[in-house]
Design a protein around this ligand. Structure first.
Ligand SMILES: [Zn+2]
Length: 357
């Protein structure tokens, strides 16, 4: 009967009977709070799970790329071979204990795992400072491309010239406020190298380009650049891992030449402002210690050591238990196969060695 059906709508169900509205106000508000708390805890747990997954996925991607890059660099028998071996083994073992995981870091510039940590630290240190500046610019200063055997000297010359410019600007009471990064790319067609500075500065500092040309008349003015910094400029500046793919290919010998030329040199320099001690820490490669993870609750894995199995792109313990399964994105696998396909020597560096000095 329709009337009954309508009436049924008003009959409180078992559930609504228990709803806080039907209870004493104090008890009801307590239950409400409890429900809210539980919901908050669930959300927090979910966020932790997502953060853990994101953390591991990023680390696994970096580990897989770093493994291939290091394997190729080791084949070269470079003076940096020992450091490349360290990169090959960076994070190859993860020790899980309760909610923490510990692993060893190689701290090398070429290592994608260490680079992503360093980039994150740098962004966290500098971005709050950049936010207090007005009218930020992104400046690029370059010199004409150089062969591999001139790369180190050219970088040192760029450094000297830049120092002179900073002094001149200070004397003119127009001190530079900014952060400078050294970057080197490789041109496989011309088999030469392109060292350049990227800067984030306060104000529109086109005077940097003017003086750069005064001190280095050989430079091409068209190749210098200044533009307003935009969202993401800081990421561009602090991207630590040098590019490994040039014109669609990986050239281990060229990368080795770059790494040898920048060895021991500071990639970042700041002018006109000081970082706090804490912020300075982020810049130092050697300060990168074995890191501890505290949020591993969702993994529910057996305690103990897990070893990187490159074929599976994950860490596995002696009982074949995976720490975190991961299927790389097609783009990542493509990048890795490009790295693996690289030949031992790259045309540029071989030719440069034979080049008369
Ligand atoms: Zn590393």
């Amino acid at each position: 009967m329709p009337a009954k059906v309508v009436k049924n709508f008003n009959v409180p169900t078992e559930q609504t009977n228990k709803s806080p509205q039907n209870l004493h106000p104090k008890k009801a508000s307590f239950l409400d709070k409890l429900a809210q708390l539980r919901k908050a805890q669930e959300n927090q747990a979910l966020q932790r799970v997502q953060a853990d997954k994101k953390y591991f996925t990023g680390k696994q991607r970096a580990k897989a790329i770093g493994y291939s890059v290091a394997s190729k660099l080791i084949e070269l028998n470079s003076p940096l071979k020992k450091s490349y071996i360290n990169t090959l083994y960076c994070n190859s073992k993860i020790e899980k204990h309760d909610d923490t995981a510990t692993s060893e870091y190689c701290k090398n510039r070429v290592c994608p795992i260490c680079s992503r940590i360093r980039t994150a630290k740098l962004i966290n240190s500098y971005v709050p400072i950049f936010k207090t500046w007005e009218n930020l610019s992104f400046v690029t200063l370059t010199i004409p491309n150089v062969p591999g055997d001139e790369l180190k000297n050219s970088i040192e010359k760029m450094d000297r010239v830049f120092k002179q410019i900073v002094d001149v600007l200070r004397k003119q009471k127009k001190p530079l406020k900014g952060t400078r990064k050294l970057e080197v790319t490789y041109n496989p067609k011309k088999t030469n190298y392109h060292p350049h500075f990227h800067l984030i500065t306060e104000g529109f500092r086109d005077d940097l380009i003017k003086y750069w040309k005064d001190y280095l008349p050989e430079i091409d003015l068209q190749a210098q650049n200044i533009k307003q910094a935009r969202e993401g400029s800081e990421k561009e500046l602090f991207k630590y891992f040098s590019k490994v793919i040039f014109e669609g290919e990986f050239f281990p010998a060229a990368l080795d030449t770059i790494l040898q030329a920048v060895k021991g040199k500071r990639v970042f320099r700041s002018y006109g402002f000081k970082l706090s001690e804490n912020q300075k820490e982020a810049e130092k490669i050697e300060k990168l210690q074995s890191q501890e993870l505290t949020e591993l609750r969702y993994l529910h894995k057996t305690d103990g050591a897990y070893y990187w199995q490159n074929d599976f792109r994950t860490w596995i313990n002696w009982n074949d238990e995976m720490l975190h399964p991961y299927i790389p994105h097609k783009k990542t696998e493509k990048l890795i196969s490009k790295i693996n396909a690289a030949k031992k020597g790259s045309p540029g560096t071989d030719m440069q060695k034979k080049r008369p000095v």
